[in-house]
Design a protein around this ligand. Structure first.
Ligand code: ACO
Length: 441
């Protein structure tokens, strides 16, 4: 009833059209090819009979479906290229800072000096949290995972800013953007201080975006916190590298939730929840736990063997899009050297380097094009800087907020977009009659 044993013959006869012959009916259809894709809705014309629903594509995990048009981020996974708004990630990491990169992602252009000053000022003056948000955060257990605290608090922010529901008002969107970019470091820092049982530290407006974040995390009894400039810059570069990555799992969640016209705080909570998982932004935490479990360089061959036997995955390796070295991982390796010169080498670095060396030579990894991704080395840097592994996904969520908002706004203003609503292939029972409980077997 649900399945047809039909056959389709597909042939691209001209450069911009595709001819499909439905061998069930012998009918031929011509479908426009645009930007290397065909419209999935065009396939609905292909029917066995007039009552037929029409053809769908089956694409679990959306591995070959473009769900939007975007001008924000470009990835060439085969060649290991990543660009924000056309600027290569290597150039941004070398010459820009996180706030400027966030401006670029959000507005489409690098700011002039005057615009940058205004943007910096506006973000800085919005970094304080409402005292009731602080009180709300105090309600969490000390053992609560900081990412759980982070995403719940971002969700709670929608109750503090009901004007955020006015999503088609440009001024309102700008205000929520400022609030989110400015306040996520404060929420992240308070989540950390809370789990350490330490008092929250108010923002210091004299410091840079990342300098102030380090202040809110690590200030103790000193009158003024002075961040180490090398660590401040290293964190800023890591923030640049994590700021956007086109249609990944969390960004798709942001767009999907936003497509129902939920406010940006609610949508961002869903995006952060998606990031939390160990296959996505939780991977750097998982890498550290894996390295700690391996313990010594001598154990590396045994772990590689168990990965090849399918008993576990090598965390921090592999990527849905990159089939060569993740360009962010290359930059992170350089940052690691600078950080370790200040903090001393993370003892687990040698294990990571040996894992990478063996994996890159091994047929299993070579055949599957599995290379270190952004998360493989970032955790080692974060740990050397004094962060506990459970803070790692939170450190990812701070910069990714810029990408999530840019993608959310692009989705809202895109005339092609409607509420996200995929189809399914139903495989459950056909219609049957209800059986009273006493007659069930
Ligand atoms: N270790 C061992 N084998 C792996 C790994 C890995 N890390 N990743 C993929 N493979 C293998 C799979 O077992 C599969 O092998 P098979 O063809 O013999 O069955 C093949 O490579 C393809 O794997 P898929 O799961 O189909 O790849 P997919 O694109 O769905 O997954 C993912 C990508 C989730 C990132 C995966 O590589 C993975 O689980 N990596 C570890 C977790 C990780 O580091 N995540 C962070 C990603 S970056 C980010 O989100 C910021």
């Amino acid at each position: 009833m649900w399945r047809h044993l039909g056959v389709l013959t597909i042939e691209a006869i001209m450069s911009d059209t595709l001819t499909i012959t439905d061998n069930r009916t012998n009918k031929t259809y011509e479908i426009q090819i645009r930007d290397g894709s065909i419209s999935a809705m065009e396939l609905r014309r292909i029917k066995e009979n007039p009552e037929d629903f029409g053809l769908m594509t089956y694409d679990p995990a959306l591995t070959n479906t473009a769900a939007c048009r975007s001008k924000i981020t470009w990835i060439d996974g085969e060649r290991g290229i990543l660009m924000y708004r056309g600027y290569p990630i290597e150039q941004l990491a070398k010459n820009s800072d996180f706030l400027e990169t966030a401006y670029l992602l959000l507005s489409g252009e690098l700011p002039t000096a005057a615009r940058m000053n205004k943007w910096k000022h506006n973000v800085t003056v919005h970094s304080m949290l409402h005292e009731n948000i602080k009180k709300f955060m105090e309600g969490f257990q000390y053992t609560a995972h900081p990412m759980g605290i982070f995403l719940s608090t971002v969700g709670a922010m929608s109750t503090f800013y009901p004007d955020a529901k006015d999503i088609f008002n440009e001024d309102s969107r700008k205000m929520q953007t400022l609030r989110l970019i400015a306040k996520v470091p404060s929420i992240a820092a308070y989540a950390y201080r809370h789990s350490m049982g330490l008092p929250y530290v108010y923002p210091d407006n004299d410091l840079s975006f990342t300098g102030n974040f380090l202040n809110m995390l690590f200030k103790m009894t000193e009158l003024k916190y002075q961040p180490n400039p090398v660590l401040e810059r290293a964190l800023d570069v890591l923030f640049i590298l994590h700021a956007d990555h086109e249609q990944n799992c969390s960004t798709s969640a942001m767009r999907g939730i936003g497509s129902s016209h939920a406010d940006p705080y609610s949508a961002l909570t869903g995006a952060a929840a998606a990031l939390y998982g160990p296959l996505h932004g939780g991977a750097n935490e998982a890498v550290l736990r894996m390295l700690a479990e391996i313990g010594t360089v001598k154990q590396v061959p045994a772990i590689i063997k168990s990965v090849k036997n399918g008993e576990r995955r090598l965390m921090g390796f592999g990527h849905r899009v990159y089939k060569s070295y993740d360009p962010r991982a290359k930059i992170i390796k350089e940052v690691a050297d600078l950080v370790f010169a200040v903090t001393g080498k993370n003892p687990m670095l040698d294990i990571a380097l040996e894992l990478e060396r063996i994996a890159l030579e091994d047929d299993y990894f070579v055949e599957r094009k599995l290379y270190p991704n952004v998360d493989f080395y970032s955790g080692l840097i974060y740990q050397a800087m004094g962060f506990q592994p459970d803070m790692f996904p939170v450190l990812f969520a701070i910069p990714r907020t810029a990408g999530w908002i840019a993608q959310w706004e692009e989705m809202l203003l895109d005339k092609d977009q409607r509420i996200t609503r995929p189809r399914q292939i139903y495989e459950g029972p056909e219609k049957r009659d209800f059986i009273p409980r006493e007659k069930r077997r």
